[in-house]
Design a protein around this ligand. Sequence first.
Ligand code: NAD
Length: 289
Amino acid sequence: MKVGVIGLGNMGAGMALSAARAGLSVVGHDPATTSASALREAGVMLVDTIAELSAHADAIVLSLPTSDIVEKVVLGPGGVLENARPGQIVLDTSTADPASTLRISKALDGSLLRFVDGPVSGGPKAAHAGSMTMLLGGEPTDIETLAPLLDALTGKRVHVGPVSAGHSAKLFNNLLCGINLIAVGEAIRVAKASGLDIEQILDGVNAGSGRSGVTEVNCPTWILNGAFNSGFTMKLMRKDLRLAAEMLEKAGAQTPLSNEALRIWADSAAVLADDEDFNRIVDYKESEQ
Ligand code: NAD
């Protein structure tokens, strides 16, 4: 399988390297990548235009910052649709707005292009290791066709429904993680104020039904040891939570707890800078503003 990767930043460069390491032929396009020499050394061919990339690729991976950019890259002038060849599949690994993903998928109806959304987690480390977790939205046959590429990029993948369901599931995941981080931050403060050993308390929690990814992974890896070096920034988390807020608003269901957590995350921008680790929200106290 020949692969094209558009967007060679922290995640996309790692994916291109993982695909090349797995023996796939890889072409990349990103006018502002900082990984050009590492990519060339690994045999990734860098090209200046989407037309050149498209001429080479059976599957086109997108790893882009926002849905606006994804729409422009796929549907805009000189973009993927304009240069499409029969049977090509676009795999959008960006964390994106599900409504935008549906718009793209409708615009591609009847075209030569297939579209699958596959947002990822695990951060740049997992992208480089080819061990990301991917939530897939799309037709089962398209996902089967992508198998050699998905094998190279992922350690775990879950097919969660039709096109855009992957992007929705990713927003639910990050919303629940965001709510949990605030709740665990409160538990840590209460334990400390009560003179309890938080590590021992969390050992207990992790043996029970209050456990979560935050208590089992984030706490020991990045929070309790003060490392705060997960590689996932406040800026990216706030982007994901803004998208989650839009998803909740469109749904119109009652979500008082989510709304309050989203407000706390938004307000925290006054004291927690965009380049801070997202786990820092556990230290955020509203009274300090
Ligand atoms: P990044 O900013 O490091 O990389 C984005 C890259 O896209 C940049 O190199 C930029 O030059 C390039 N780009 C922008 N517009 C372009 C265009 N029109 N054509 C070609 N390239 C273009 O971001 P990242 O951390 O790699 O994240 C990429 C996506 O993955 C985002 O949607 C992010 O939310 C998601 N994500 C990131 C992480 C993480 O830990 N960093 C984890 C999971 C998901």
